[in-house]
Design a protein around this ligand. Structure first.
Ligand code: F0G
Length: 467
């Protein structure tokens, strides 16, 4: 334990509240209230968490750096070492798998592919369960324990489920997950089974699962751990802090993330905003969110916003038209009605970023390019590089700008997709009821296995042909 100053002795939980993001409501609620939307207006909640005073910010930042050498388990977590900024007390029952601490890689081939001079990719797939969800889940499950919940539940396209199952396992808490049957990668499903979750396969899509979760949330024994839960966002926002530490506090011009249920973009936006409010960064990076073309409700809304009215994110639209039958092979982001769209849109508008969509072919080729850099990721993550290429072509990102893309999941999360792409057999069901032909995705950077005779000469000859 480190020594406490008089200021640190005040409890964080006494100084943070849950707040409705709608300025015309502004309802505030205590941290121990088990709510996921504003009880007054059903609006979206966030945690108002101004825990560090501006004059103390530099000292807190030094403390974070000093923790690199500490053996305290909280300091070894890439989330809890920023605990001054989190709505938990020093003696909280932290549930950790030493999440965070993920690398930022230079990606020269991907940079060239996008038309950039340089590009860095922060790989959140290097978290304990192989996706970015762990940085939020450590906070959500810690809060579930604080509240004495019996069961933690989520709806998921696979990664949230795996993460929830693992953290609930660490906390010896029951977990139950609702998955759209047949629409989840086998690797992700296998993780949830192994971590001991009760896996409920639902006839319907992710949005149907999410609706059920919102109903279940009323039951007092249940704790909902989807990103609608504002504590998840608190854990995930630390990715912005870690990115800035790794960048020697030089703010990148652009940060680009995939968009599904919009928790990740919300969290990064909040993290950067807090650093800005503390004076630890002098400007916000432009935050851009990329959706898959067949599951892009927020990109559609964004394209039709009136720039004069929406600048700065002060006036947000009331509603967003959902996509009824979302379609994409990037199953992690096959979502038609993202719950955190308003918070994400606000973060993008405040930072002057963009929300766009990319095609299945663009995602698949960008994914292969990230693989060629020796990094690899799951399909949803590759929307970032596909989106950057488009944003460079459109002039929103300039070739010399500094750009960080966030990769959200590990390449082994969806091995079937990878294998089909490289063998040239990747295709997307048409979705039409009349049995129309599936859309074939060409493996533009295909790398199929080759049959080689079992002798040295044949192997050397094959190598020579590929040099
Ligand atoms: N990338 C991956 C690999 C994901 O698993 C997800 C979301 C996203 C991007 C989108 O992030 O929802 O915060 O905008 N997966 C959720 C899940 C929905 O259930 O695993 P988001």
């Amino acid at each position: 334990m480190f020594g406490k100053t008089a200021k640190e002795a005040t409890r964080n939980t006494d100084r943070a509240v849950q707040r409705c993001i709608d300025p015309s409501c502004g309802g505030t609620y205590g941290l121990r209230e088990r709510i996921y939307v504003c009880p007054r207006c059903s609006g979206t909640l966030e945690i108002d968490c101004r825990l560090v005073a501006r004059e103390d910010a530099a000292a807190v930042r030094r403390k974070w750096a000093e923790r690199a050498a500490s053996r305290d388990p909280r300091d070894q977590s890439g989330v809890w070492r920023y605990r001054e900024m989190l709505p938990f007390d020093e003696d909280a029952p932290f549930v950790t798998l030493f999440e965070g601490n993920t690398p930022i890689y230079d990606a020269p081939r991907s940079a060239k592919y996008c038309g950039l001079d340089g590009l860095r990719l922060k790989h959140q797939g290097c978290n304990p369960t192989g996706s970015f969800k762990d940085t939020g889940m450590t906070a959500a499950i810690t809060q579930a324990v604080v509240l004495g919940a019996r069961t933690a539940v989520c709806a998921s396209t696979g990664n949230t489920a795996a993460s929830l199952a693992a953290y609930a396992g660490r906390a010896a808490l029951q977990s139950a997950i609702l998955l759209p049957r047949g629409q989840i990668s086998a690797a992700k499903l296998a993780q949830s089974l192994d971590y001991g979750a009760l896996v409920c396969e639902i006839d319907g899509n992710f949005d149907d699962c999410m609706r059920l979760i919102q109903e279940l949330g009323d039951d007092p024994s249940i704790y909902v751990a989807n990103s609608i839960n504002p504590f998840r966002i608190e854990g995930q926002k630390t990715v912005a802090y870690e990115m800035m530490e790794q960048s020697a506090w030089q703010v990148p011009d652009h940060v680009v993330v995939p968009g599904g249920n919009m928790g990740n973009s919300t969290a990064l936006g909040k993290g950067f905003q807090e650093l800005f409010d503390l004076g630890l960064i002098k400007r916000l990076p432009k935050l851009s969110v990329i959706q898959a073309e067949g599951a892009a409700p927020l990109a559609h809304l964004f394209a039709n916003l009136d720039p004069a009215k929406s600048a700065g994110g002060e006036h947000l639209p009331e509603t967003m038209a959902p996509v009824e039958n979302p379609r994409t092979l990037a199953t992690a982001i096959k979502i038609g009605a993202p719950v955190s769209w308003k918070k994400a849109l606000r973060a993008v508008l405040r930072s002057s970023g963009k929300i766009i969509s990319v095609s299945e072919q663009e995602i698949a080729d960008a994914k292969a390019m990230i693989g060629r850099d020796g990094i690899g990721c799951e399909p949803a993550s590759a929307t970032t590089v596909a989106g950057m290429k488009k944003l460079v072509a459109a002039g929103h990102i300039r070739p010399g700008d500094s750009v960080v893309g966030v990769l959200t999941g590990h390449v082994l999360k969806d091995p079937d997709y990878v294998s089909h792409y490289h063998r040239g057999t990747l295709s997307l069901e048409s979705g039409a009821k009349d049995g129309a032909a599936p859309q074939r995705i060409a493996g533009a950077f295909q790398n199929a296995p080759v049959n080689v005779a079992a002798n040295k000469a044949a192997i050397l000859a094959t190598l020579e042909r590929r040099r």
